[in-house]
Design a protein around this ligand. Structure first.
Ligand code: SF4
Length: 247
């Protein structure tokens, strides 16, 4: 029989509670089917949320169906996604993935993944070029699959490192493993999604890349990086800016 843990790590719950009190509840996500979420997440890396949302909207408008997008030429797809970063490799990876899904599954749909275990879904998704741990986490957690996973984007990675939960060299996979080990087992997928959104908002508004405003941060007493900045007298103070819910 496994021994019970000596103590329960409640830091993630506490952080969640404080960020909710500070920022209020994030906008409710419009939950998409797994294929749309997959396409969005492939396109959205290193791209602002507003731009990614506009690109997926225009893709739907321009092609009318994901089958038409799949069958379009690479230059045409590249032209349609020109607003995202790295449109050339993303166009190639996206078309290849959509063709491969069709070939393997007989149709262009990811609904069959509902019958798979979460770890198997993620392995299945990560075989495609351009699909890493962040995209597979987004598909399983944000879409109608609604499984337990923590999507770690660049904001989440930075905040988690500053809070000292992982080292400075940790990647998204290691960070997600650490956070999932800390997340209460009672948190359903929707709660993990909300936690991701809160940390992302925090990374956009206060714990920014170049000028974290630790003096205004509700997590300051929990944060080694903030305490270090306090000692050096380099804590920033400034105005928060608005943000938008992404996928
Ligand atoms: S105290 Fe500073 S470094 Fe730490 S989470 Fe807050 S803003 Fe980020």
């Amino acid at each position: 029989m496994l021994a019970a843990p000596l103590f329960t790590d409640t830091r993630l719950e506490e952080i969640h509670r404080r960020l909710l009190a500070h920022y209020d509840r994030p906008p409710v996500r419009e939950v998409w089917d797994p294929l749309k979420q997959f396409i969005y997440s492939m396109l959205s890396s290193r791209t602002k949320t507003e731009i990614s949302l506009e690109v997926i909207r225009r893709l739907e408008e321009r092609f009318g169906s994901w089958e038409n997008l799949r069958d379009a030429s690479i230059p045409e797809i590249e032209d349609a996604i020109r607003a995202v970063t790295f449109p050339e490799p993303k166009a190639i990876n996206l078309k290849t993935a959509l063709e491969e899904i069709t070939r393997r599954c007989g149709s262009l749909s990811l609904e069959f993944l509902k019958g798979y275990r979460t770890d198997k879904i993620r392995l299945w998704l990560e075989r495609f070029d351009g699909v890493g741990v962040k995209t597979s986490a987004a598909v399983v957690n944000f879409s109608t699959l609604r499984r337990r996973a923590m999507c770690v984007d660049s904001h989440h990675l930075r905040v988690t490192q500053r809070l000292g939960f992982v080292g400075r060299s940790a990647d998204a996979r290691e960070t997600e493993s650490r956070l999932m080990a800390m997340a209460p087992v009672k948190w359903p997928p929707e709660m993990l999604d909300e936690h991701h959104s809160l940390i992302k908002i925090h990374g956009q508004q206060l714990c920014t890349k170049n000028h974290p405003r630790c003096v205004a941060c509700p997590l300051l007493d929990l944060c080694p990086a903030g305490a270090g900045a306090w000692e050096k007298g380099v804590m920033g103070a400034g105005q928060a800016k608005s943000t938008k819910q992404g996928h």
